[in-house]
Write a protein that binds this ligand. Sequence first.
Ligand SMILES: [Zn+2]
Ligand SMILES: [Zn+2]
Length: 196
Amino acid sequence: MHKKNLFLVTITGILLFTSSFLITQNVLARSLGYTWYVASTPIRYDTILNPTWKTIIQKGMNTWNDVSTKKQFQFNSSSTNATGDISASNRPADTWIGKMFPTTGSFSGKTYMTRADIIFNTKYEFADGAVAGAYDIQSVATHELGHALGIAHCHDADSQHSSGDQDYTMYNYSFTNETKARSLTQYDKDAKNSLY
Ligand SMILES: [Zn+2]
Ligand SMILES: [Zn+2]
């Protein structure tokens, strides 16, 4: 059995998500409740992580970019995590493996994402590929980048999942020793296409 850990139930702004989910469940079932403002504007990305991590995370960005020309991730080269719209870094934390911290703003009465900070929890082992006891960097990055687009988990509660949901990149849990979340399912692709 793979080790199974809670991924990202604790997203900042969970109340906002819950309320918008209840109101517009049919339309935004896969949305955190907010997206970036203009669909055609690229999201600039920067990281203070080392070149190996940079390159791997960029692969996750390309995976989402391949879904559509809308909301492309654009890799910056300034090597400071202050200049991009989204950043990636790492630090020790509690139970989550990776987490996306959104910053939102309000324009014309609607809430939009204005920044996303992706953190990898250094309490866990990470690797490039399927390695026993380690989480695949690219798989976790692809999942978190989905959140950075405004995509929510497929379901909130374990009881709501259907068989096959665990194949989704946007499933609630991450697994060691596998790379499945690197590849988007049709569900994940539809989720981006429903937002942009
Ligand atoms: Zn998540
Ligand atoms: Zn599900």
